[in-house]
Design a protein around this ligand. Structure first.
Ligand SMILES: Cc1ncc(COP(=O)(O)O)c(C=O)c1O
Length: 409
C-alpha cells in the first residue's frame, strides 16, 4: 500500500498553516483615524509617524515612504547619481523588480552569482564583474537574509561604487547587530501584500545621509523642496508618495513586526534544529556577519543526489503531504524580457548612452542556475507564524517523503 499522499496515502497535514495578512483589529483602528482626520492627501499624519517609527526601528536617520519597492530602488539609484551609461551589479536570484528598477533609472543591470549556501550575492563574483561602467552594487537580502555587507562595503569603497541595499524582503533583519537598510548608502523596502510589513502596495527608503534624504523627498514630491511652497518645483520629480491610508495600514504592521519576528525566529530555530538531523535538506545559511534573518521566506537547501529524488518531484510529494512549499525563482536573466523582448538595444532610455555589451543569453551564473533548477525550495513567512507543532509537521513530512522516496524516484 502507498504511504505517500501523492500516491493516495494519508497526508501528514490537512489543516491550513497561518495565513497573511494578519487578522488584527488594529488595522481598522488606524484606517479609521485617517478617515476621521479628514486629511487623506499626501502621506497624512500616519505617514509622518510611519516614517519616523520605521527609521527608528531600523537604526536609520531618515525614511521616505514611497509607492512601492521597485520605485524605492529607482529613487536610491537616481539620487545617488546612477543613470545613463552606468552598470549596476545585481544578483539573478531575486524578484524582477530589482533589475527593472535599474532599468527605470536608465542604467543597465549586470548579473553576478550568488553563494551556494546563503543564496546571497557572492562578493567574489561581484569583484569579477566590475568594469569601467560599474557605478553601483545592489545586493538583495534574499528571503530576509542579510548579505555579507562588510565584504560588499569593502569592495564598494575600493572601487568607488555606490552601495544600495534591496531590503524589500528584509524588514527588521540584522547585520552585525544593526538593522539592514541604511548600512549601505541607501536601502529600499517593499510593503507589497506578502511582505512582513505590508500596506497592500507600498515602499520605503532609508538613509543616514541628510542630503540624500532631501533629494529623495523631492523625487517623490514633484520636485518640491522640504518646507517650501506647494507650487515651487525646483527639480524634476514624481508624485510617488505613499498615501495616508496605506501608511496607516503599514504603521499597524510595523507595530506588529517585533512580536511577529520573535515568533518566526523561534519557529525557524526549531525547524533548523529538525533539519540538521536530515540528510539532503537544510536551511539557508547565514552569511558572515548576518545576525538575524527577517524570514520573509524560509528557503531550504536541497541536495537531490543525497535524497535520490529531483527537487521538482520532491516538492510535489511534500505539497501533497499538506506542506505549502514552492520552487521559487528562475535565474532572472533567463526571463524573456532579457533574452527576447528587451535586449539592451530596446531598454527604454539606456541604449543611446550604453557602450558596454551585455548579451544576457550568454550570461551564466552556475550557482544560481543550480539553486533555481534543483537545489532549493521555499516556504512563505506566514507559515512560520504558527506553532512548534506546525514546524514538526513540516519536518515530519520531509522525513516521510525521504523514507518512502522509492515510491516516487
Ligand atoms: C527582492 C525584491 N526586490 C524588489 C521588489 C519590488 O517591490 P514591489 O513589488 O513593492 O515593487 C520585491 C517585491 O516583491 C522583492 O521581493
Amino acid at each position: 500500500m502507498s504511504k505517500l499522499a501523492i500516491n493516495g496515502g494519508e497526508p501528514v497535514r490537512t489543516g491550513p498553516f497561518t495565513g497573511w495578512p494578519p487578522d488584527d483589529p488594529g488595522f481598522l483602528q488606524r484606517l479609521q483615524q485617517v478617515l476621521d482626520s479628514g486629511v487623506w492627501g499626501g502621506h497624512g499624519e500616519q505617514g509622518e509617524e510611519f516614517c519616523e517609527k520605521f527609521a527608528a526601528f531600523h537604526d536609520a536617520e531618515y525614511a521616505i515612504a514611497i509607492t512601492n519597492g521597485t520605485q524605492a530602488i529607482q529613487l536610491c539609484l537616481h539620487v545617488l547619481g546612477v543613470g545613463p551609461g552606468d552598470e549596476v551589479i545585481v544578483p539573478p536570484y531575486t524578484f524582477v523588480g530589482t533589475a527593472q528598477a535599474v532599468i527605470a533609472a536608465n542604467a543597465v543591470p549586470r548579473f553576478a552569482d550568488i553563494e551556494p549556501d546563503t543564496f546571497c550575492l557572492d562578493p567574489e563574483d561581484v569583484k569579477a564583474n566590475i568594469n569601467d561602467s560599474t557605478a553601483a552594487v545592489l545586493p538583495v537580502h534574499i528571503g530576509g537574509m542579510p548579505c555579507n555587507m562588510a565584504a560588499l562595503q569593502e569592495i564598494c569603497a575600493e572601487h568607488d561604487l555606490k552601495l544600495v541595499e534591496d531590503a524589500c524582503q528584509a524588514h527588521g533583519a540584522e547585520y552585525d547587530g544593526t538593522k539592514v537598510g541604511a548600512i549601505g548608502d541607501m536601502g529600499a523596502f517593499s510593503l507589497q501584500a506578502s511582505k512582513n510589513v505590508c500596506a497592500g502596495e507600498g515602499g520605503m527608503v532609508l538613509t543616514n545621509d541628510r542630503a540624500l534624504y532631501e533629494a529623495g523627498w523631492r523625487f517623490v514630491n514633484c520636485g518640491r523642496i522640504m518646507g517650501g511652497a506647494w507650487y515651487d518645483h525646483r527639480t524634476y520629480g514624481y508624485n510617488m508618495r505613499l498615501g495616508a491610508f496605506q501608511s496607516a495600514v503599514a504603521l499597524r504592521g510595523l507595530e506588529l513586526l517585533p512580536g511577529h519576528m520573535d515568533i518566526r525566529d523561534e519557529n525557524a530555530a526549531h525547524l533548523r534544529e529538525r533539519l540538521s538531523k536530515i540528510d539532503g535538506v537544510a536551511a539557508q545559511a547565514f552569511p558572515d556577519g548576518a545576525t538575524r534573518s527577517a524570514y520573509h521566506l524560509f528557503i531550504f537547501r536541497y541536495d537531490s543526489a543525497t535524497v535520490g529524488v529531483s527537487r521538482d518531484r520532491f516538492i510535489e510529494a511534500l505539497s501533497a503531504e499538506g506542506i505549502p512549499v514552492g520552487k521559487g525563482y528562475n535565474p532572472l536573466y533567463r526571463e524573456r524580457m532579457f533574452t527576447e523582448d528587451l535586449d539592451i538595444g530596446s531598454f527604454p532610455f539606456v541604449s543611446q548612452y550604453y557602450e558596454g555589451s551585455i548579451d544576457y543569453t550568454q550570461t551564466h551564473c552556475p550557482v544560481c542556475e543550480h539553486v533555481c533548477n534543483d537545489g532549493s525550495f521555499w516556504m512563505g513567512q506566514s507559515s512560520l507564524l504558527g506553532t512548534t507543532k506546525d514546524m514538526d509537521a513540516i519536518a515530519d513530512a520531509i522525513e516521510k517523503v525521504i523514507e518512502y522516496k522509492d515510491e516516487i524516484s
